[in-house]
Structure formats: structure tokens, C-alpha cells
Ligand binder design. Sequence first.
Ligand SMILES: [Fe+2]
Length: 398
Amino acid sequence: MTKKNSLLSLFICIFLIPAFSQNLTSSRIACGPWIQAVGETEFTVVWSTTVKSIAWVEVAPDDGTHFYGETRPKFYESIHGRRPITTLHTIKIEGLQPGISYRYRVYQQALLEDEGNKRVIFGEGYGDDILKNPVYKVTTLDSQAKSCRFSMLNDIHGNDSLFSKLTENSLERDLDFMLFNGDMLTQIESPQQIFDGYMKSAEKNFTPFLPLFTVRGNHEHRGSASWEFMNYFPSSTNKSYYTFRHGPAFFIALDCGEDKPDNDIRYYGLSLTDQLREEQALWLEEVVSSDEFQQAPVKIVILHMPPGTEKDWHGMREISRLFVPILNKASIDLMLSGHLHRHFFIQTEERGNNFPILINSNIQRLDVFIDENEIKLTTVDQTGQIQNNYTLKTKFTH
Ligand SMILES: [Fe+2]
């Protein structure tokens, strides 16, 4: 080999091959993973990758064995029997046991070339930075648990530094799940806005380990990418309203819709939330008459906008008209809301409600503990100082 050829080979090895590998074969995690739609026998893993990829999740019991001690079952991303090549990955893990911890790892493989029937080429398998990160572990819900503990954030409006402070140490507080009660952004113009606004900090502080429940606020109905919200935060019903049970508590999560009438000029004819609330009222009637709901010792409603009075805006008045009469006959113990950017504790009957309503402010975290007999509510500011404390007796009778 001539000196000139040697130098050329060296140049290719040092510069071109690594550049080619880095640009074409690496699919890295852009955000996540986070756990949605956890139930007693299932959970859904969601994450985003830097380039279009195929993806899967491997699951192992939390039994002290090495993750690579044996072949772990693979759960592939599938949309109607076809593996999607995408940057947003959603994989449902099923067949689990209640109240049991499982270890999991996410994997993705970058698409290198797609020439249809001729050939499709994928890059190297690329895990979740295995050498750097601990194994992720998540615990399924359990209706037989004696109690339930979670934290709620709302009305963050993309204030990532505040969100980060309010959620630090989340993994040290023995939580069963985290709850986002709406208006985490002011509008959704792109997935990147979701990541930068709060989800990257959520990933850093808790999401790979702590299940997350999300409901939309009125602001999650706004922005050119707002219709994609449920792709990022899927629920057990595939709708923006759903239920779940953990310990003694049955939770009903509702979508508040918009605050102004749908024909308001600022919605550009794109809002259909009057219809969405009507649809939910029919569903809510079914939920509160179900055995699963009625047999639960404690009943909690999650709804970003609280009920209103005649002096309030359209959305809150519609919630009073459509949801409150159904909830008033359902022995609800507590509604958790936000929206008003101030802390309020609404006593029973103040707004035609026969259940109390805790409205969390936009700058505090709400910590909740529930057992059969009582509900303990604590609000905490970004410095960790307790701001408000309540203990409520549940309506449960032995
Ligand atoms: Fe709001």
C-alpha cells in the first residue's frame, strides 16, 4: 500500500466511518420512557427516539436475577399487526400480576434504508444506554393494597424549572403514581414543546419508574399539535377520559374541554369540546352504576376545571350542568382540580357539589394519601415548605 493510500484509509477510518455510523445507525432516546395506562395486569411504555426506528420492550421479573441471565420476553410495537417505523413508540405490556414490580428495558433499531418491496435495512440494535442507566422498574396497581399515595401537578404552563423543583426527590417519597391534572403547557405546537416544557425533567426525576396518569386541561386542547396529545399520553380506554383503581380508591379521570364556547373566535372553528363533555356524561352514568365503582371504598374524581357558578365561564358551567348531578348521586369523596392558579378548598354545597373539591395552585405540588378511612392532602411549594394540610373522613362505612 502506498503512503497516499495509507493516509486515505486512515482518514476513512478516523472520520468517515464513525460519522456514517453515528448518523445512520444510532437511534437514541429523545425523551422517556414514561409509563402510561398502568393497571393491575398491564402497563404501557412510551418513548421518543431521535430517528425513525422499530422498537420493542423486554420485561423481566424483579427476582434478583441478572437481566441478561436468560432470554427475556419481547413485546413488540405493533399497529394492527404491522411494526411501525416511527419516532414515537408505544408498547403495551400485558399478562402481569397486581402489585408486583417488573423490570423492563426499551430497545430501538434505526431505519437505514426503506426501498419498499426491494429492501428495508435497519441499523444496530440500540438499547436504553444500558451501560449508563439503572434497570427501570415499575409496579402494577393493586386493588387489594391498604392505601394509595400519589402526587399531583397542574397548570405548569411549560415552566420547566418550577416543575423540576416540585418533582425532585419524587422517587424517594414512596409514591404509587404521579398525576398531571392539566395545563402542563399553554398550547401544544410540537412534541418537542412537550419534552422541553416538562417531560425531559419528568424523565430525569421519575418517569422511567413511576407510573403517570394524565388528564387534559383546557390548554391541552390548543395548538397545532394538540390533537396528538393522546398519542403521547395514551389511556386504558384510548380516550381522554378513563378510570383506574389502586388500593381502596377508584379514580375517575375526566376531560374538562375548553373554557369558552366552542364557537369562540379564538378557537378558529377547531374546538368540539361541548360534544366531548356530552359524550363523557353518558359514559360517566355508566361508570357510577358499575359494580367496580360502587364496591370501591373511596371515590375520587380528577378534573382540571372545577364546577362553576352562574358567574363563571361556559366550560365550568357546563361541568356543573353535565357532570355534577351525576357525581352528586355517586357518593364521591373528593374532586381534584386546578385551572384557577390559586389554592382553594371548596366545601361541600358551595357550588352545588355534595363532595369537597381541592383546587391546587399552579406553583405547588399536591401530595395525597388515601386509605379506607381518611384522605390526607398536603400542598408543598418549590422549596419543600408545606403550605396547606387537610385530613378528610371518607364516606366509606364498614
Ligand atoms: Fe386551565
